[in-house]
Ligand binder design. Structure first.
Ligand SMILES: Nc1ncnc2c1ncn2[C@@H]1O[C@H](COP(=O)(O)OP(=O)(O)OP(=O)(O)O)[C@@H](O)[C@H]1O
Ligand SMILES: [Mg+2]
Length: 307
């Protein structure tokens, strides 16, 4: 956490908010049994403004909905927030069959007796955790109704047949939601209304340079900058609908660098991680042209990285 805290200081995140984080941590120290659930992030989220919005919402006791296109760092930011606030994290991936029993808890029979096995939402409530509700819009609305009281001023969970519990004051929920993917649905208004909604921006060119250099310290600065410009160009082309957003994938760009580090040529790596994400051969040609104008296909590892 201390490294992450210094990172945010260096990024120029508002002092008062960072002081607020410190005060929160002093007030709510992590307890022993939950220590191993506090994330230890490998990657940091870049974006000063987004950090400030998220910190303000959490400090104000609000739950956060991170909404945005794929690979905008929604999960990275969620985990970073858990780490920064020193809270144990429960990750819940929502899907079409997610139901209330899974979220809150259910009866199990251990051979002798029936007992209540708490679900992740219950555990967050009880242990003061941060619940990451990943892709919350993938679940059916009926399943989500159980969250309403937990997410609004009532801050409680009431499961018929069991006790009602109040959320610990430090409990927060951070939901993520992707729009743009086929098959995603909108979140109903009752639920959306219970979150502060953060519209996740696409990473800036300056931050992308920093991110790549931090992750791949030996990459050639010239090639790094071409990759950053390539990403910006794919973004422009997707915005003007010259190409679909299939290839506009930061994850893909970063993966391509990892494959080059393994010894693949730049062409093969960028094909696998960017070009081939389009399943339309005409579009693949367009994307390859954009790439080739910046990055020759035959670059080898010793050109891309300094030893
Ligand atoms: N602003 C950012 N700061 C740091 N990393 C970022 C940022 N934006 C994207 N990334 C990188 O993009 C990759 C994907 O991040 P992550 O999984 O958090 O995205 P996501 O928004 O949850 O995507 P999806 O909607 O597809 O699940 C990671 O490697 C992450 O480090
Ligand atoms: Mg995600």
């Amino acid at each position: 956490m201390d490294q992450l805290y210094s990172f945010l200081e260096n990024e120029g995140v508002d002092r008062a908010l960072l002081e607020g984080v410190k005060a929160f941590r002093d007030k709510h120290p992590t307890e022993g049994e939950n220590q191993n659930r506090v994330p230890q992030p490998e990657y940091y989220y870049y974006g000063k403004k987004t950090w400030e919005l998220a910190l303000a919402a959490i400090l104000a006791g609000k739950n956060l909905l991170l909404a945005g296109p794929k690979a905008t760092g929604k999960n990275v930011l969620s985990e970073n927030l858990g780490a920064l606030f020193g809270r144990p994290v429960w990750n819940v991936s929502f899907h079409i069959n997610t139901d209330a029993a899974y979220l809150v808890g259910t009866d199990t029979y251990d051979g002798n007796r029936v007992s209540f096995r708490p679900g992740p939402i219950w555990l967050c409530a009880e242990k003061g955790g941060f619940g990451i509700l990943d892709e919350i819009n993938m679940a059916k609305n009926e399943a989500l109704a159980v969250l309403h009281a937990a997410l609004d001023f009532r801050r409680s969970l009431d499961v018929p047949g069991y006790e009602k519990i109040d959320l610990r004051p430090e409990t927060r929920f951070i939901a993520t939601m992707n729009y743009g993917y086929a098959g995603t649905r909108d979140l109903n208004e009752a639920l959306t209304s219970r979150f502060a909604v953060l519209d996740m921006p696409i990473i800036s060119e300056e931050n992308l340079q920093k991110l790549i250099s931090r992750r791949y310290p030996t990459i050639s600065v010239k090639i790094r900058d071409q990759l950053v410009k390539l990403y910006a160009e794919l973004q422009r082309k997707a915005e003007s609908a010259e190409i679909s957003d299939a290839a506009l994938d930061l994850r893909g760009l970063l993966d391509a660098i990892a494959l080059m580090e393994q010894g693949l040529s730049s062409g093969d790596a960028l094909d696998m991680c960017i070009v081939n994400k389009s399943f339309d051969s005409y579009e693949r040609g367009l994307i390859r042209d954009v790439i080739c104008a910046r990055i020759p296909a035959d670059l080898t590892r010793n050109v891309v990285f300094s030893q």
